[in-house]
Write a protein that binds this ligand. Structure first.
Ligand SMILES: [Zn+2]
Ligand SMILES: [Zn+2]
Length: 109
Protein backbone atom coordinates (compact mmCIF):
# COMPACT_ATOMS: atom_id res chain seq x y z
CA UNK A 1 0.00 0.00 0.00
CA UNK A 2 1.23 3.45 -0.93
CA UNK A 3 -0.30 6.88 -0.68
CA UNK A 4 -0.60 8.30 -4.18
CA UNK A 5 -2.47 11.06 -5.88
CA UNK A 6 -5.63 9.87 -7.65
CA UNK A 7 -6.65 11.88 -10.70
CA UNK A 8 -10.26 10.77 -10.44
CA UNK A 9 -10.67 11.60 -6.75
CA UNK A 10 -8.36 14.63 -6.97
CA UNK A 11 -6.68 13.78 -3.72
CA UNK A 12 -4.07 11.56 -2.14
CA UNK A 13 -5.47 8.11 -1.49
CA UNK A 14 -4.08 4.78 -0.31
CA UNK A 15 -3.37 2.68 -3.41
CA UNK A 16 -2.94 -1.08 -3.43
CA UNK A 17 0.13 -2.85 -4.71
CA UNK A 18 -0.03 -5.91 -6.94
CA UNK A 19 -0.56 -8.56 -4.25
CA UNK A 20 -3.06 -6.44 -2.37
CA UNK A 21 -4.95 -5.75 -5.59
CA UNK A 22 -5.19 -9.48 -6.29
CA UNK A 23 -6.77 -10.09 -2.89
CA UNK A 24 -9.05 -7.11 -3.36
CA UNK A 25 -10.33 -8.31 -6.74
CA UNK A 26 -11.00 -11.74 -5.24
CA UNK A 27 -13.00 -10.14 -2.44
CA UNK A 28 -14.79 -8.02 -5.04
CA UNK A 29 -15.99 -11.08 -6.93
CA UNK A 30 -17.09 -12.65 -3.65
CA UNK A 31 -19.03 -9.45 -3.06
CA UNK A 32 -20.79 -9.87 -6.41
CA UNK A 33 -21.77 -13.41 -5.41
CA UNK A 34 -23.22 -12.06 -2.17
CA UNK A 35 -25.03 -9.33 -4.08
CA UNK A 36 -26.68 -11.94 -6.29
CA UNK A 37 -27.90 -13.84 -3.25
CA UNK A 38 -29.06 -10.81 -1.36
CA UNK A 39 -30.32 -8.28 -3.81
CA UNK A 40 -31.89 -6.17 -1.12
CA UNK A 41 -28.88 -5.90 1.12
CA UNK A 42 -26.99 -2.61 0.88
CA UNK A 43 -23.74 -2.58 -1.13
CA UNK A 44 -21.70 -1.97 2.00
CA UNK A 45 -23.15 -5.21 3.39
CA UNK A 46 -22.44 -7.36 0.33
CA UNK A 47 -18.94 -6.03 -0.13
CA UNK A 48 -18.12 -5.99 3.55
CA UNK A 49 -15.10 -8.29 3.15
CA UNK A 50 -13.52 -6.03 0.56
CA UNK A 51 -14.31 -2.84 2.46
CA UNK A 52 -12.97 -4.32 5.69
CA UNK A 53 -9.82 -5.54 3.96
CA UNK A 54 -9.19 -2.07 2.59
CA UNK A 55 -9.85 -0.51 5.96
CA UNK A 56 -7.50 -2.89 7.78
CA UNK A 57 -4.84 -2.21 5.20
CA UNK A 58 -5.17 1.54 4.91
CA UNK A 59 -7.13 2.76 7.93
CA UNK A 60 -9.39 4.45 5.39
CA UNK A 61 -13.10 3.79 5.74
CA UNK A 62 -14.20 3.41 2.14
CA UNK A 63 -17.85 2.65 1.43
CA UNK A 64 -17.71 2.32 -2.35
CA UNK A 65 -16.15 -0.88 -3.70
CA UNK A 66 -15.67 0.76 -7.13
CA UNK A 67 -13.46 3.42 -5.60
CA UNK A 68 -11.16 0.75 -4.20
CA UNK A 69 -10.88 -0.98 -7.56
CA UNK A 70 -9.37 2.07 -9.24
CA UNK A 71 -6.93 2.64 -6.38
CA UNK A 72 -4.40 0.17 -7.68
CA UNK A 73 -0.81 1.29 -8.19
CA UNK A 74 -0.43 -0.88 -11.26
CA UNK A 75 -3.12 1.04 -13.16
CA UNK A 76 -1.06 4.22 -13.20
CA UNK A 77 2.31 5.29 -14.46
CA UNK A 78 5.37 6.10 -12.37
CA UNK A 79 5.64 9.34 -10.41
CA UNK A 80 6.48 12.51 -12.31
CA UNK A 81 10.17 13.41 -11.99
CA UNK A 82 9.21 17.03 -11.44
CA UNK A 83 6.17 17.17 -9.15
CA UNK A 84 5.87 13.62 -7.81
CA UNK A 85 2.29 13.05 -8.98
CA UNK A 86 1.82 9.79 -10.84
CA UNK A 87 1.41 9.83 -14.61
CA UNK A 88 -2.11 8.83 -15.58
CA UNK A 89 -1.00 5.78 -17.52
CA UNK A 90 2.17 3.78 -17.96
CA UNK A 91 2.74 5.25 -21.41
CA UNK A 92 1.74 8.86 -20.69
CA UNK A 93 4.36 11.32 -21.89
CA UNK A 94 3.15 14.53 -20.27
CA UNK A 95 2.36 15.16 -16.62
CA UNK A 96 -1.14 16.67 -16.38
CA UNK A 97 -0.20 18.48 -13.19
CA UNK A 98 2.95 20.37 -14.10
CA UNK A 99 3.32 19.72 -17.84
CA UNK A 100 6.64 17.96 -17.40
CA UNK A 101 7.60 16.02 -20.53
CA UNK A 102 8.64 12.52 -19.80
CA UNK A 103 11.46 10.91 -21.73
CA UNK A 104 9.81 7.58 -22.33
CA UNK A 105 12.56 6.15 -24.52
CA UNK A 106 15.21 6.79 -21.94
CA UNK A 107 13.15 5.21 -19.20
CA UNK A 108 12.51 2.07 -21.19
CA UNK A 109 16.09 1.40 -22.19
ZN1 LIG B 1 -9.64 7.59 -6.84
ZN1 LIG C 1 4.53 16.65 -12.82
Amino acid sequence: MKIKYCWRCRMDVPMLDKEEAEIASKLLSEGFQEAKKQMKAPISENFKKLLNYYKDLTGFEETNPNAIMHHIIDMYGPDCENCGKPYRTKTATICPKCGNKRNLKENLS
